[in-house]
Design a protein around this ligand. Sequence first.
Ligand code: AHR
Length: 669
Amino acid sequence: MFLTPRTTSAATASITFRADQPKAISPDLFGLFFEDLNSAADGGLYAELIQNRSFEYQATEQPTWNNLTGWELVARGAGEGSIRVATTDPVHPNNPHFAVLQVKHPGDGVGLRNSGFGGIPVQAGHCYDLALFARVLFVGERWPSHEDAGHPGADNAGDAAQKGLGPLVARLESERGDVLGEALLPSPGQEWARLSATITASRTDANARFVLLVREQGGLALDVISLFPQHTFRGRPNGLRADLAQAIADLKPKFVRFPGGCLVHGNGLGNMYRWKDTIGPIEGRREQPNLWGYHQTAGLGYFEYFQFCEDIGAKPLPVVPAGVCCQNSGYLAGGAGQQGLPLEAMPAYIQEVLDLIEWANGPATSTWGARRAEAGHPEPFNLEYLGVGNEEQITPAFRERFQMIYAAVRARHPEITVVGTVGPFHSGSDYDEGWKIADALRLPIVDEHYYVGPDWFWDNLGRYDAYDRGRPAVYLGEYAAHEPDRRNTLRSALAEAAYLTALERNGDLVRLASYAPLLAKQGHTQWLPDLIYFDNTSVALSVNYYVQQLFSLNAGDRYLPIVVAGAAGDNLAASCVQDRASGDLIVKLVSRSCHAIQVWCDLGHAGLFAPEARCTVLAGDPLAENVFGAPPALAPETTTMSVGAQLMYEVPPYSLSIIRLTRRSQPAA
Ligand code: AHR
């Protein structure tokens, strides 16, 4: 099979396919990397609508924050009261702070109001599940003599038991106080109890508020006040925002790496992401500052990540800390750079890693498998890959701890593919030293990261051609083409597309690849560019998203060698893969030329393919981008084209073209 130039074209290329020399490539090549960066989790993919639901925000996260951030006291009619924070007898020791509401004069109700993550978006007719923990501290006008209002007043505890504070009124309101929906919660008792109700919104409002009112005089402790749309992705409880999760699902990723990124190794040893803190009932999860400067509830925790992977047909690729914290810890918050867990703490830490494998894959009768089953998933999650460490500085402290973890996992779970790390750049000392460790330990695969300019990608299309196939395989875990102004231009997306053709060519070595970062919330962005932008009600897809999606939807498991030659050669990247299940042949052509390039393909075995092929093109001004809030400037368009024994195709300027030839069920005579 070959493509030859047409002389009338402004630019030409000669392309030859070697259909007789197919090679098997990774069927898992195109996946995703999710990190809670740019408010990707709380206020983003995680569908919780209440901000600071557990009163755990702290000034150490953001100087203007405190335990009541997001909340305000409301007093309706002649109501009068106060709100403060207490810590005695919390709902759960992992969740030490709670709110104490004192109602001095009930008026038309005294309580709390929460404005969500920049407003609570509700839709007419949709139902919202409210759950909270409450306990009565006292009834009537007396404030207990205790310093800390966490204890019920000794002399009126009996009153509380008998009289209570009556049902609590829960409302969705507009910003100016119109009631959009209301429900009553049962009268709380003297012990912490979870109360729940459902509120139906009567109208759509992108900027609603949640209000909780008490209509009796007294004191009430409140915690973990949670409001979820019933309409989450796949209807999962404690689930994900449906539109955002769908945009991710539409990428059809073969795997998802999570929960980071730098978030994993954390800002200091105490800030590492420890998976056990993120499972079980939400009131018991340990909330903590996010390395990226905000709060993580861990409501989107390991169970939710694994469930999401299963829901979208992607393999989970969790990453655990390698026993060291982020080398940038000092620079981020006055810490001391990379530090290792004390060696005497390593056996327990290694056991934590082994327990993760049991939690994911063990039978429901095993200790940790039982925890998974309790959460509603008795069947194993079929974990195959486990990342250990994230772009670490390769130091003796790292090496020692990584080796210990790797040896233990390999010994106990040889079925798990451990993904090693080779630093934050495409070259340099961490890269070199990381590869030395990978070679010495004969790691199955290592995780490379690089964020570089578009030209770097075009200039390095041959990078993996030169890699020794006898060494560990590669996971390109984080990459993106960065424009100087960090915009998501078509030029950046085409550079990534060109590189993806090279990854397909090297798909025997490069097993996995994931763009980074995935999500960014408008007004809460620490890192640009990203793949998907969103606010509370809408989702915008970058042109880079379309590149990822087109490669994923048109992946193959066999690569047919392809040779590009001619005057347009430097501006054209190409690949040809076959999907063995369907038999389809997929040709990808990426051009950074300002001219069209005429190509001609002799399909050789024309009878094998249907006479019409699907041709999907992403093209336009190389500096154009899809701007949030505006109609997309760039999106792929699919047409059909006739194919016979030969295929003529004009590659548009600045474009990605994907030509999918469908295999006939019966070859034509
Ligand atoms: O993707 C954003 C960050 O880039 C990741 O957290 C980190 O691994 C890399 O430096």
